[in-house]
Design a protein around this ligand. Structure first.
Ligand SMILES: [Cu+2]
Length: 285
């Protein structure tokens, strides 16, 4: 009986070793542990191959290792003249704006910076291989307000609802004919009407163009992504994409005007916690 404590200790040691061997990389960066966004080594498959089905992991933000990109989008050359909308075809629309000049949004340039540029990570980027992203259930709101689409350019996730709303006291029609997704053509005759639509497939270069049959000046663009790594430049021409798992990326910047060149693509490798500045420049053709 005096040997029993030693026996117990030996058994415990053996058990611990067994657990360690069986566990492999538990708590480390390899093995079948739950997905960690910053775990680049685990998500990078063998060269030339795509991730097998059993290595697909749910993405989770990992503040300890997530990288980010941010930057500005510049316009080189004299910007095309910004022409004001003519709302006269619908008195309700012209009344809303009165004497205010509302400029068309095809090229919105301010101090050499471009607004409405869609910047995104290509879903084929190696850093995103083997990652699965949960579909948001909160809708993106596309408002028809002042006889304009607001926002004019936006990103949405595959399968995420888009709440298309009519905030005007006039009739709008919303149609689109995407290349990869199913199109639609709906009417919203009254203020307050709302429809929900979804796009199931990625579509980003170009994004899906939305138009109104009633008001020929109304158009907008929806980029559809399987992941959350996209942004649209604001008035100051800047964008920011946080939460990126470290690794290799192809980052695309798209803008709508055929008067400018593009789209632009940059390859970047992001290290853990890296904050990279990535600027783009579009040139007037
Ligand atoms: Cu309309």
């Amino acid at each position: 009986m005096r040997r029993r404590p030693l026996l117990v200790a030996s058994s415990l040691l053996a058990l611990s070793l067994l657990v360690l061997v069986a566990c492999g990389g538990c708590g480390g960066s390899k093995g079948e542990a739950p997905a960690r966004a910053g775990d680049a080594s685990a998500r990078t498959p063998a060269p030339g191959g795509s991730a097998p089905a059993d290595t697909v992991r749910a993405y989770q933000p990992s503040p300890a290792t997530d990288a980010s990109i941010a930057g500005k989008v510049a316009l080189e050359g004299d910007p095309p003249r910004m022409v004001p909308h003519n709302f006269d075809a619908d008195p309700t629309c012209s009344q809303i704006h009165g004497d205010a000049k509302v400029l068309k949004e095809e090229v919105v340039a301010k101090e050499g910076r471009l607004k409405n540029v869609l910047v995104y990570a290509k879903s084929s980027s190696r850093a995103l291989e083997g990652l699965r992203f949960e579909t948001p259930t909160t809708p993106v709101v596309l408002d028809q307000k002042g006889c304009l689409y607001q926002p004019h350019v936006f990103g949405v996730r595959t399968g995420q609802p888009i709440a298309i709303r009519n905030s005007d006291a006039t009739s709008h029609n919303i149609k689109c004919a995407p290349k990869k997704n199913s199109g639609f053509n709906i009417s919203q005759a009254k203020k307050g009407m709302e429809d929900e639509k979804k796009f199931d497939k990625e579509e980003s270069a170009p994004p899906i163009r939305l138009e109104c049959n009633v008001h020929p000046w109304m158009n907008g663009y929806a980029g559809v992504f399987s992941h959350p790594f996209f942004a649209v430049t604001g008035e100051d021409g800047t964008y920011s994409i946080p939460g990126l798992p470290p690794g290799d990326y192809e980052i695309v910047a798209w803008q709508e005007s055929t008067k400018l060149d593009g789209p632009k693509t940059e390859k970047v490798t992001l290290g853990p916690k890296e904050s990279r500045t990535l600027d783009f420049t579009f040139k007037v053709k």
